[in-house]
Design a protein around this ligand. Sequence first.
Ligand code: RTP
Ligand code: MG
Length: 141
Amino acid sequence: MIKPDAVKQKVVGEIIKTIEAQFKIIDIKLARLSKTQAKDFYAIHKRKEFYKGLVDFITSGPVVAFLLQGDNIQERVREFIGATDPKKAEAGTIRARFGTSVQHNAVHASNPLENPEKEINFFFQNKKKYATETRSARRKR
Ligand code: RTP
Ligand code: MG
């Protein structure tokens, strides 16, 4: 998901170009999250000190969500975006290129250890089969 800081920087096109070169895009959605949606989306962090700031940031403008398909897709996408802190992200990753701080780090990616199915259903309700695929792919490993 491209976060509001990157949308404001007008680098959505550049990020899509990079995604397209490496992954199969199944669906794309532009959305503006409400506070309630953002709190739910990042519920896993609700006890962290950065939670309120994160909810404020993610609701500060539109985001662009992507549904991608492929083997080990979540692991590959996390590698592709780089470390949470853009300063620590490997050169060439999306966060190294477009992130400007730990919070304003340009993109989000599902964490296979958290709940990727929830995020797929959040943006792409009619594509639940990809969530199922994710779950069975994970079981096989
Ligand atoms: P994301 O969920 O957005 O893909 O990021 P991540 O897994 O790399 O990092 P995570 O620990 O899940 O944190 C979620 C987002 O919260 C913001 N954050 N701010 N101020 C801080 O110390 C802090 N720590 C995290 C970042 O926007 C991070 O991506
Ligand atoms: Mg995370």
